[in-house]
Design a protein around this ligand. Structure first.
Ligand code: PLP
Length: 356
């Protein structure tokens, strides 16, 4: 039998933790819903995927993931519409990106059936965990790790694919103060920057912490070779509105994560007739634009916050302040439109919504 036809094995919790969870007081990533999805790749094939109670897993201490870092993940959200339907935003993009990351990290690819139907089944079983308050959502974290208990340096033979979910409240980021990073590097050409790999996050922690100690919220990463071109902001893509043109670093270098929020914003902007440029962008160009009053808006883009407006850019010891983000036309409009599409309030012109 082909794995595409395998049904999910389902083991439900004896008693739900739902009533012990304070939905008015959620910390991102702290509370987890009752169930999780697990599927194992062993002997060259995927096992029957299982939905089971969320709990600890047992693995060999020699598992490759602990030693050589074959670990990738995804992040998406389930939203509740006004009439109570559960909606996913472009989950097929997460599926494709997970497998693009898997190929780069030399890992087994996850079958579409397990990813897409697994998430739908899981959300359906834990549907009461999708918050009812507008703006709140159920964060979905699919991930893939190398599970082979073998210390030899080679791609693992076995993998574990899992999905856990976490109810989250409205992400209120306020505005962010960012520092242009010229010493450390997130990703180099030829490296794994375009993969959603755990290792990219590990490498970013020290530089981010250092910037926080200097009073910044986040970094603006620059290219590894010259530190003159802008790449991303923290764990988000970055966009600038300069003189009426929306500019974002192009994906060509292979050092930038192809964000789904990034793609959605670019699609909407083009649809609205805005001039859009995906290209290399120098730090100096942005600083010049600030000095000449031509930088209209600047923001991070990602699933967690959707849009995180930048209030200040620190560059070579000088803090450059941007205008008040409440007055920014484009970013406020695109945030509102995206959030309306996600909860089924706005027409889904691009076929972005999948019902659970
Ligand atoms: C996940 C991620 C993003 C944003 O991607 P979305 O699909 O929009 O959530 C941007 N940059 C990095 C480094 C990321 O890991």
């Amino acid at each position: 039998m082909d794995v595409g036809e395998l049904e999910f094995e389902i083991e439900k919790v004896e008693s739900s933790r739902l009533s012990q969870t304070d939905f008015n007081n959620l910390t991102f990533g702290r509370e987890f819903s009752d169930h999780m999805l697990v599927a194992d790749f062993e002997n060259g094939k995927w096992s029957r995927p299982k939905i089971q109670p969320f709990k600890e897993i047992a693995m060999s201490p020699a598992a490759c993931v602990f030693h050589y870092g074959q670990a990738i993940f995804e992040g998406l959200k389930a939203y509740r519409s006004e009439n109570g339907e559960l909606l996913l935003f472009r989950p097929e993009m997460n599926f494709k990106r997970l497998n693009a990351s898997a190929r780069r990290m030399c890992m087994a690819e996850v079958p579409e059936h397990i990813f897409m139907n697994g998430i739908k089944e899981l959300i359906n079983i834990d549907r009461d965990w999708v918050p009812k308050t507008e703006g709140h959502s159920l964060y979905i974290r699919p991930f893939l790790i190398a599970s082979d208990g073998f210390l030899g340096v080679k791609p693992s033979s076995n993998y574990k694919f899992m999905v856990i979910t976490s109810p989250t409240s409205k992400y209120y980021s306020g505005t962010v103060k960012v520092k242009v990073e010229e010493k450390y590097t997130r990703a180099a050409e030829g490296g794994i920057g375009a993969a959603k790999a755990a290792a990219n996050y590990a490498a970013s922690l020290l530089p981010a912490k250092t910037a926080q100690q200097e009073g910044y919220d986040q970094l603006i990463w620059t290219d590894a070779k010259t530190h003159t071109f802008i790449e991303e902001s923290g764990t988000m893509n970055i966009m600038f509105l300069i003189n009426g043109t929306l500019i974002t670093p192009s994906l060509e270098s292979g050092t930038i994560l192809p964000g789904i929020t990034r793609d959605s914003i670019l699609t909407l902007a083009k649809d609205w007739g805005l001039n859009v440029e995906e290209r290399k962008i120098k730090v100096e160009e942005v600083i010049e634009a600030i000095k000449n009053n031509q930088l209209e808006e600047a923001f991070g883009a990602g699933t967690a916050a959707t849009i995180a407006p930048i209030s200040t850019i620190g560059y070579r010891g000088v803090d450059y302040s941007l205008s008040k983000s409440e007055e920014w036309g484009f970013s406020n409009k695109v945030r509102q439109v995206l959030s309306d599409i996600k909860i089924g309030k706005s027409k889904d012109n691009f076929g972005w919504i999948t019902k659970v």
